[in-house]
Design a protein around this ligand. Structure first.
Ligand code: CNA
Length: 279
């Protein structure tokens, strides 16, 4: 067996033996759906660091003048990521959905905003950085589908920004921008999942964006802390990374092992092996 075959086999055994596995995903899982990532070798920020600096301002522009923010969004051209709505899931998304159907993966915590996990059939998805399909009220936290607002009409009538149907505060797109707090519902749910899981499968993230990158560390500390504050030794959480390149989680030994390669190839092979083990 090659190194990679051995690691795929090991991951399949670990998943089959887990009782509460969760997946954490980042932009790398969607590159095979034609969506560029930010920090991979061909990433948007890697190629255009100026665009990253400008992105740091986006949330402040909303806070300063929500009406103007919306006017610019509705009148300026396409987003940096292109037309995400046309993208389709790839075999890596389907593999995670299948592991959920098999009862192995209990939830997917994703940084992605592209909605591809749900399109692939994953049911329990926490969108940590929001979704391109939704709007959110920063004041009361309620979310709306874009279809619930006629933004074109509000623009034409000079009635921007759109306002929350519950509390009438100005609402923004659901996507979480730099400097913007993570919505408290997904932040809490994700933290709970990180505490609860006994296996974390981390897919396609450079693991440098916080607080999401804290979640593997939470799972890791649970193990390190066991015995320090609690008399009962907790079962160690297995942390597996699948990524095209090593990350800080690899370097710091937060993950137990890295399966280095393309997610669309590796995840379906893991699923196939789990199925063999279950027969
Ligand atoms: P990132 O920082 O761009 O890192 C992506 C990681 O995935 C890198 O380490 C790559 O080497 C790796 N990678 C790329 N392609 C593959 C592949 N096919 N197989 C295996 N590994 C691969 O992205 P993060 O998610 O870590 O950063 C968080 C940001 C990126 C979040 O705020 C997202 O909203 C944002 N983002 C989302 C999307 C999307 O929704 N699809 C796209 C681009 C950026």
């Amino acid at each position: 067996m090659s190194d990679i075959d051995e690691l795929i086999d090991r991951a399949a055994h670990d998943l089959a033996a887990s009782s509460y596995a969760i997946a954490l995903t980042g932009a790398g899982i969607s590159t095979d759906s034609g969506i560029r990532d930010f920090r991979g070798p061909d990433g948007i920020w890697t190629k255009n660091p100026e665009a990253e600096k400008r992105a740091y301002e986006t949330y402040f522009r909303f806070l300063r003048d929500p009406g103007q923010y919306w006017k610019e969004r509705l009148t300026m051209g396409t987003s940096l990521l292109g037309n995400l709505r046309e993208a389709q899931p790839n075999p890596a998304h389907y593999a995670l959905a299948e592991l959920e159907k098999m009862g192995i993966i209990k939830s997917v915590l994703t940084q992605n905003i592209d909605g591809l996990h749900e399109k692939a059939g994953s049911q329990r998805v926490f969108e940590y950085h929001g979704s391109i399909y939704k709007l959110r009220c920063p004041s009361c936290g309620i979310r709306f589908r874009y279809e619930e607002y006629d933004l074109g009409a509000l623009l034409a009538e000079g009635k921007l920004p759109p306002r929350c149907k519950e509390c009438s505060a100005p609402i923004k797109d659901d996507v979480v921008h730099f400097n913007e707090p993570i919505p408290s519902d997904v932040a809490h749910a994700s933290l709970e999942e990180a505490h609860r899981c006994d296996l974390m499968l981390i897919c396609g993230t450079s693991a440098v964006v916080y607080p999401f990158a804290e979640l593997p560390r939470v799972a890791r500390r649970k193990r390190a802390g066991a015995g320090l504050f609690s008399p009962k030794q907790e079962k160690a959480t297995v942390i597996i990374e699948v990524n095209a390149e090593p990350t800080p989680l690899t370097a710091e030994g937060i993950s137990d092992y890295l399966i280095q390669g393309r997610l669309a190839e590796i995840l379906p092979r893991i699923v196939a092996r789990v199925k063999e083990l279950r027969h």
